[in-house]
Design a protein around this ligand. Structure first.
Ligand SMILES: NC(=O)c1ccc[n+]([C@@H]2O[C@H](COP(=O)([O-])OP(=O)(O)OC[C@H]3O[C@@H](n4cnc5c(N)ncnc54)[C@H](OP(=O)(O)O)[C@@H]3O)[C@@H](O)[C@H]2O)c1
Length: 260
């Protein structure tokens, strides 16, 4: 874990488009603001951000609490991905013990239209089962970490889109597509058509950056296995960067004109 830099009153837990957008908004509105964006370090070559970043886990809730104290953090924005199942709990516990406010910046879920053919499941193991017994051409748009779940359904042909190469046991008939979003609807439709995709597996990540695949599946009348979000702890939550800015202002976390 990198050591905490002192006098960094604002910590953004990142790894998402929203965190990058908030960093850009803060840096533009308050040049030199002493804020840090934290990344887990899953992506080998993360996109540059408008604010300084630190990379690597904190060592659980206790490690995060130590970091908050050492960095003089006064507020935390949890802008982790809706499928980050651990960090929001660690942040809640660490902020509670440190007595500092915590806000979640989280995009709303995608909602099915009447014409959509979604099968909703709770886990990747259930998603693999939901593909059924007959072999299909499956588009996996779930990242790389959970691809091993589909080794349990080796009779399908998979196309998986990833940023970095995956590890672990993988299904035998797997083609990897190395791309980083955003992906527009036209390109997604063309890809699914060209690859003769019969079914799509997606996480209900929400937001605009990756909604193209959902609209493309809808257009092509393709069934979609939608993995629901994991449980999160209760905390104040906003959906937009502007609302997060308002919350920071209301909590005295933005520099005033006199630099206070
Ligand atoms: N899961 C997804 O589908 C997904 C998709 C896109 C982006 N991401 C991003 O990738 C990161 C890891 O995702 P995950 O699903 O592995 O999360 P997770 O299950 O909630 O977290 C696992 C561990 O990774 C570390 N960690 C997570 N987010 C961190 C952050 N922002 N800064 C520093 N350490 C962090 C923490 O380690 P310690 O306990 O040692 O502190 C945490 O206990 C998250 O930042 C998330 O925003 C995840």
């Amino acid at each position: 874990m990198p050591p905490a830099e002192p006098n960094r009153p604002l910590l953004i837990l990142g790894g998402t488009t929203e965190a990058a957008m908030l960093a850009a908004r803060l840096a533009a509105a308050h040049p030199g603001i002493a804020a840090t964006v934290s990344l887990a370090g899953r992506t080998q070559d993360p996109r540059p951000l408008a604010l300084p970043m630190r990379i690597g886990g904190f060592g659980g809730a206790g490690g995060l609490a130590d970091y908050l104290a050492a960095s003089g953090t006064k507020a935390v924005i949890d802008a982790t991905h809706p499928f980050a199942a651990v960090m929001p709990f660690n942040a809640t516990e660490a902020c509670r013990s440190a007595g500092i406010p915590l806000l979640a910046l989280q995009r709303p879920e995608w909602v099915a239209k009447e014409s959509d053919h979604w099968t909703r499941v709770a886990t990747m193991a259930e998603a693999a089962l939901a593909l059924g017994d007959a072999p299909r051409r499956v588009f996996l748009t779930i990242g790389r970490q959970e691809l091993p779940a589909f080794a349990a359904a080796p009779h399908h042909a998979y196309l998986a889109r990833v940023i970095d190469p995956p590890n672990g046991p993988l299904p035998p008939n797997l083609t990897l597509l190395r791309h980083r979003g955003p992906f527009d609807t036209e390109a997604e439709t063309e890809l699914m058509r060209r690859e003769k995709i019969g079914i799509v597996v997606a996480k209900n990540a929400g937001g605009e950056a990756t909604i193209g695949k959902i609209i493309a599946a809808r257009r092509l009348g393709l069934p979609l296995v939608m993995v629901s979000r994991p449980a999160r702890p209760a905390m104040p939550t906003v959906a937009t960067v502007e609302e997060a800015m308002d919350w920071l202002g209301a909590h005295g976390c933005l520099p005033t004109r006199r630099g206070v």
